[in-house]
Design a protein. Sequence first.
Length: 167
Amino acid sequence: MPKTKGQEIIFTFLNSGVMIFIMGIYNVSLNMGGLSGRSIITEAKHFLLEWIIGFFLAFFLASKFSKLMSVKVLVGNERPLIKILCIQTFTVCSMVPMMSLLGTIMNTSFGTDFIFVWIQTSFLNFGVALLMQYFIVGPLCRKIFRGIFAQKSEADEEAALKDGFAD
């Protein structure tokens, strides 16, 4: 997976964007009584702001938290899949409350029920987010990421051959 800070930024940008859009559609659909074209359009209107905020939360807070917690939980010689699932789990554990808070702030008034709406939203989002990250978003984003950087490696190799710098 990401080997450099630049690659980490790209992967986080990609993963957070896909996850935020899907979870946004899910939440809007819950509030509108079901999935529809209108719920997708409504989420699309809010997506850019949510993505920017979500990316910064994911990159600066959630990724550091998830790596720190994973190191504490993992013994050391686990298979790569176990490490990925552990990091994904802790990322979801940290991102769901933060993004649910953002959604609650954006969509409800600060009344006496605000905290309860946030807690309920977090609980409704957690299971869906975890399953999406394990089975759809995580694998999809890793595949896209590998495709981007594999193509870049092949392009660099071809350029090196043209310039006469190949080993």
